[in-house]
Structure formats: structure tokens, C-alpha cells
Design a binder for this molecule. Structure first.
Ligand code: 9WN
Length: 464
């Protein structure tokens, strides 16, 4: 098997025009008719936060298609409000991805929790980027959005999604949403989860068959032991009917990136409510409360970033990861927090020698691995979020550097899934959708002047 790592890395950056065409080609190739797969080989279904990022890029090619991307995801929303992390395409063979629909059995096992009879989905969730994506898609063509009643149809669904997270997933009682599986924060094998996962009894290796190794290099992907634990946690949740009141949730953590996106989403819902002539106060109040809880519960001033909180031990996780920098997208952070985050971002732990992206884990940390998935490689979605945060806090020069870094790396690697931060080698899947979508978004954004292209928003409730 030939992995991306074996291919030569082009050194000349693609021109913006070629990059735009290349990104559009990826998004066209990965479009299935109603939504976009992250990768034709490794991920042949619809993923939740991928679709949100894809819609943000697609809006520059076709607003209708971007709307459709989010609408098809929300068509699979459960009655309890959750948006499942995978929506399965029934036309794709059962063994093309593991865990398959036959493992999750959502329509039967999740019936009491409100899973729809069709399509089949997973039972866990991913970070809530959707309200922000819906708002940005609306802003791309407000007239078209109004004609189709796009925001009006999505608003109650997005509000129900956030309600689910805060009503059912505040497992620590501190006002933040918890993740209950390492796939939920979207950073599957991050060292942040190691200690909590070590308490989980892995499913025996012969109890499941991985499909990812048919397309991904074993050195790039999570280990078999990781997978044994992922399977155990997912099977236990399924046996509890995906009911958060019944499930034991051996793994329960508050992730700073997940909660920062929830806050960004509440700001986006506030803007949405205003655009629809509704009261925005519940969303602005919720965003403010969440911001306080985020800082109170997850900020570590000594480390200069946010950390995850393990709810089973009620302690902050010792690892420093990119997810602790993503809260830069939260407006109204205390000034000293913003300054410390900027210092960490430009310090030795996160200044990647070979790319202008941000490594997923501290370069100087004990578990750093430049190749393996979320244990070091630099990803495009986190870079996009951080550059947006830098811009929201008027750190325009830093934001512009990161924006150019995303564009250069996306072109150089032909839209790789992630990049080795030490050598710059492309890793994971190629022709990866969110890399293309987010590069496209940054191409269409001059970044000049520190204002977003998505405004106007009132200064007291900015959409990050
Ligand atoms: C499990 C699709 C998804 C991303 C995640 C990324 C990876 C899946 C996997 O791919 O996770 O959900 O099979 O490894 O970690 O962030 O949404 O691109």
C-alpha cells in the first residue's frame, strides 16, 4: 500500500487560482448528490463536523449546495436533539467503514432516545460547528437564504441541538457539555484522552474488524488497542439505548474546543435569531454563561492554554493540545487569556518547524508523535478556527500568517488530511474535503482590516 507519506512533497506553492480550482475539484469529486464525504476512500459517509466545515467552503461555489449539505445532515437529527457524528449512506457496502451501521444499530438501539427510523446513523456526536456554519452560509447570500426559508427552517433544529448538549451532556454539573467517547471531540487519539481511556477495558481484537487500515497507513492511524477501547465505549453506550440518563459513561470529559465551538454557535444563533426577528437574549446570555464556565473550569494560566477536564477524577488533563488554543474563537475572553494564548501559539510547543500550521499536540510534550493522527500532526480545521479567533481578537498579523500557512500547505500537499509538522510531509487521506473547503474559504477572504466578511454583527454580540 502506498501512503501519502511515500510521495514527494511539492515545494512550490500553488497559485491562488490553481488552488481555487483544485479545491473546487475536491469538493465536486466528494459530493454524493446530497452531501459531501470527507474522503472517497477512508470516510465514505457523511460526518457531522466535516459537513459543517464543508458547507463553509461550499458557500463560495454554490450557496444552494452548501445549504443542502447542512439540511441533509439535520435530516438525520434525533428527536432528543442530537446530531449524530456519522450519517450512513445506504448505497455504500457495510464493510466499507468500521464501525458500520450494523454496529451502531441506531434505528433499533436508539429508538427510545429518538433516533429516526432512517437513515442509519452513529449514536455519538461531534463538535457543534453547525450553527456557525449555517450563519456563514446564510451570510453568503441572504436573499437566497430568505427565499428558501433556510435560516427559519434550521434555527429550531440548531437550538434543539444545543439544548441537547446542555441538558443531557452537562455531566459535570458545571455548565459545560461533556464528550463521552474520543470520537466526539473529533480528535480521536489525542494524548489528552490517554489516561481516561486507560481505565476502559478494551474489546477483544477478534470482536471487530477495522476498515481504516485498508486505506490509511498503520503508522498514521490510531492503534488496535485504541480501537478496542473505542469499540467498548460505543458498545456500552449502545447497550444503554444511547440514553445519557442510563449510560454509565466510563469516559466523560469537558473538551475546550468542543465547548468553545458551542459558545461560537450560541453567538451565531443570537445573530440568527436577530435576522429572523426573534429575541436573541437567551443565546447571548447562554454564550456569556458558557464563556464564564469555560474560563473557570478549563483555563490553566500556568500552562498558557485551556485543558480538558476529566469528570471521573475531576482534574484537568496534563497534556497540552491544539484544542486548548481553539477557544481563541470565543469573543469577550479576558485580555490576559488572549495574550497568554497568543504567547503559547507562537512559543516552542506549537510553532511547527516545517509548516505554518499548528501541531495537534505540544511539540515538546512526552507523547508527541509527528505522524500519528491527533498526536502531533497539524490539521487544517484547527488552523482555520485559530486564525478566525486571532482575527476576532484583532491579532491581524498573526491571523494573516496562519491564513497564508493554510493556503500554502493545502496547495503543497494537494489537500492532505493532515501534515507532519516536523518534515512537512502530507499524511492521511488525500483529496480531503475540509482541507479543500477551508482553503477555499480563506482564499475568498482577504483577511484585511480585521473585519470579518460575514458581518455586520453588533459589536456586543459578534459572531466569531
Ligand atoms: C471517526 C472524518 C473524521 C473526522 C474526525 C477524525 C476522523 C473518524 C475515524 O475522521 O475520525 O469519527 O475513522 O478516524 O478524527 O475528526 O471528523 O473526517
Amino acid at each position: 500500500m502506498k501512503s501519502l507519506a511515500d510521495r514527494p512533497v511539492r515545494t512550490a506553492p500553488a497559485t491562488d487560482r490553481a488552488l481555487r480550482q483544485g479545491a473546487a475539484r475536491v469538493l465536486l469529486d466528494n459530493w454524493t448528490g446530497a452531501s459531501t464525504v470527507p474522503s472517497r476512500t477512508l470516510y465514505p459517509h457523511q460526518w457531522s463536523w466535516d459537513s459543517a466545515f464543508v458547507a463553509i467552503g461550499l458557500r463560495h461555489l454554490s450557496v444552494r449546495r452548501a445549504q443542502r449539505e447542512l439540511e441533509s445532515l439535520l435530516a438525520a437529527q434525533w428527536a432528543d436533539g442530537r446530531i449524530p457524528h456519522i450519517v450512513f449512506n445506504p448505497a455504500v457496502p457495510e464493510d466499507a467503514y468500521f464501525p458500520s451501521p450494523g454496529f451502531w444499530r441506531s434505528s433499533r438501539a436508539g429508538r427510545a432516545a429518538g433516533a429516526p427510523p432512517a437513515p442509519e446513523t452513529s449514536g455519538i456526536v461531534q463538535p457543534p460547528v453547525h450553527a456557525l456554519a449555517a450563519w456563514l452560509v446564510h451570510r453568503a447570500d441572504p436573499g437566497e437564504s430568505r427565499r428558501r426559508g433556510f435560516l427559519a427552517r434550521l434555527y429550531p433544529r440548531l437550538a434543539a441541538w444545543h439544548d441537547y448538549l446542555l441538558a443531557r451532556r452537562d455531566l459535570g454539573g458545571g455548565g459545560l457539555a461533556a464528550v463521552v467517547h474520543p470520537w466526539e471531540p473529533g480528535t480521536d487519539n489525542s494524548p489528552c484522552w490517554d489516561r481516561a481511556l486507560a481505565r476502559v477495558q478494551p474489546a477483544p481484537p477478534d470482536a471487530f474488524r477495522r476498515a481504516d487500515l485498508a486505506h490509511g497507513h498503520p503508522a498514521d492511524r490510531p492503534t488496535d488497542l485504541d480501537y478496542g477501547r473505542y469499540v467498548r465505549l460505543a458498545a456500552d453506550y449502545r447497550e444503554a439505548g444511547y440514553d445519557d440518563r442510563r449510560a454509565a459513561h466510563a469516559f466523560a470529559l469537558e473538551d475546550p474546543c468542543f465547548n468553545a465551538l458551542l459558545i461560537a454557535g450560541e453567538h451565531a444563533l443570537a445573530a440568527t435569531a436577530r435576522a429572523l426577528g426573534h429575541d436573541d437574549a437567551p443565546h447571548t446570555a447562554r454564550a456569556a454563561a458558557l464563556t464564564r464556565h469555560l474560563v473557570d473550569r478549563l483555563w490553566d494560566a500556568d500552562a498558557g492554554l485551556f485543558r480538558a477536564r476529566d469528570l471521573r477524577t475531576d482534574t484537568l488533563v496534563g497534556e497540552r493540545a491544539v484544542t486548548g488554543l481553539v477557544p481563541l474563537i470565543v469573543p469577550h475572553l479576558p485580555a490576559e487569556v488572549v495574550a497568554a494564548l497568543r504567547a503559547t501559539l507562537t512559543g516552542p510547543g506549537f510553532r511547527a518547524p516545517a509548516t505554518r500550521l499548528v501541531p495537534s499536540y505540544d511539540l515538546t510534550g512526552p507523547a508527541f508523535d509527528p505522524q500519528r493522527y491527533w498526536r502531533g500532526p497539524a490539521w487544517f480545521n484547527t488552523a482555520w478556527l485559530i486564525q478566525r479567533g486571532l482575527r476576532a481578537h484583532r491579532l491581524d498579523a498573526d491571523a494573516e500568517r496562519l491564513r497564508r500557512g493554510v493556503l500554502t500547505e493545502a496547495g503543497r500537499t494537494a489537500f492532505a488530511e493532515y501534515v507532519d509538522p516536523v518534515t512537512g510531509a502530507a499524511r492521511g487521506a488525500c483529496h480531503f474535503s475540509w482541507t479543500a473547503a477551508l482553503a477555499l474559504d480563506l482564499l475568498c477572504d482577504t483577511g484585511a482590516g480585521g473585519t470579518t466578511p460575514d458581518g455586520p454583527d453588533t459589536p456586543d454580540t459578534p459572531v466569531p
